[in-house]
Design a binder for this molecule. Structure first.
Ligand SMILES: [Zn+2]
Length: 344
């Protein structure tokens, strides 16, 4: 989520606007500017939509706060908004309340606007009614990544567990996305197609993220450590490394040391691919130095995030000066794949 401007804070929560939204507002204003007062009306309407989306997101954020989940930021995007929570709610029922709070606020604003139109039919109130009705009802569609999808998932968790509930909500999200794209093409509504495309991508991302959290979220970094059966001296050859890998079929990588210092690792796939051609080559040539050294405390997710930032496939776990083993990214990805297959 780069390319955004912080426009202020509401209830201590930073509110950001994505540049694509500013561009879109600019385009709308430019398109309506040719009519008398059109530009100003366009700007007012844009402000009204902004405000409505912000209210909707504040609904999520303030109810989240009630369940002691802080909101890192509220991002206003062309397709709506997003309240970025600092963590997942503890209980499914908390998640359901947080998810429903946004549409509830939108529908309340719509109700208030409707009451105003009964008294005096001002255009602002009509616009406010329509915008908030759409915001409230569209978001209640039970499909990821919409609020209704989150609420549905929270409701299903009790019956089918986190993974299957997520799968179901994401599947509905993909169906909705396809339906929107088809409708968009059929009616020549370009914007509907874009919204559909966005929902498809977001549903997939939400599914993947939740899967990974559900499968490994409870694991500590220490749980994932595979002991290193042996270390290799940096002066040993590719052929020697290949022999050690043959003797320890479970090892995907081995630490390479120089005296007491761990220089990096050699990977099984690299050695197996090269050792046949250049058996006498020193391990120096195959050394992966881009490994993270870590003491193994904290959660596995946090360690993986650190590895991701460093671009490391492997973390070397060293605790109180002694080598505990390795955390291997591919091994964890295999665990995730296996858990997904086992569940479905
Ligand atoms: Zn929402």
């Amino acid at each position: 989520m780069g390319w955004s401007l912080t426009i202020g804070r509401v209830f201590g929560i930073p509110v950001k606007v994505h540049v694509t939204l500013l561009l879109l507002v600019g385009v709308v204003v430019a398109m309506t500017a040719s009519t008398p007062h059109g530009g100003i009306a366009g700007l007012l309407f844009a402000a009204l939509v902004f405000g409505s989306v912000l209210f909707h997101e504040l609904g999520h954020a303030l109810v989240a706060r009630r369940f002691s989940v802080e909101t890192r930021e509220i991002m206003l995007l062309p397709i709506g908004g997003a309240a970025v929570l600092s963590k997942s709610p503890d209980k499914p029922s908390d998640e359901m309340w947080i998810a429903l709070a946004g549409p509830a606020v939108s529908l309340l604003v719509a109700l208030a606007a409707w009451l105003v139109t009964l008294v005096s039919p001002v255009e602002v109130a009509r616009d406010l009614l329509v915008v908030n009705l759409i915001l409230g009802l569209f978001n209640l569609i039970p499909a990821f990544p919409l609020d209704g999808g989150r609420a549905l998932r929270a409701g299903l968790v009790r019956w089918m567990g986190m993974l299957r509930a997520t799968r179901t909500a994401a599947k509905l999200g993909r169906l909705l996305a396809i339906a929107l794209v088809v409708l968009g093409i059929y009616h020549g509504q370009f914007l509907l197609g874009i919204v559909g495309g966005f929902i498809f991508v977001a549903a997939a991302a939400e599914e993947r993220g939740t899967m990974i959290r559900a499968i490994i979220g409870h694991r500590t970094a220490r749980d994932a450590v595979q002991p290193a059966p042996q270390t290799l001296g940096v002066a040993s050859t590719a052929a020697e490394a290949a022999r050690v890998f043959r003797a320890h079929i479970e090892a995907r990588a081995l630490p390479v040391v120089f005296g007491d210092a761990i220089l990096g690792v050699v990977h099984r796939d690299v050695i197996e691919a090269c050792a046949g051609n250049t058996p006498d080559a020193p391990l120096q040539n195959f050394l992966d130095r881009n490994v993270l050294t870590h003491n193994g405390s904290g959660s596995l997710l946090a360690l993986l995030q650190e590895m991701g930032r460093a671009g490391s496939r492997i973390a070397i776990i060293v605790d109180e000066g002694s080598l505990r083993g390795l955390v291997v990214l591919e091994a964890i990805l295999d665990d995730i794949r296996a858990a997904r297959h086992a569940e479905f």
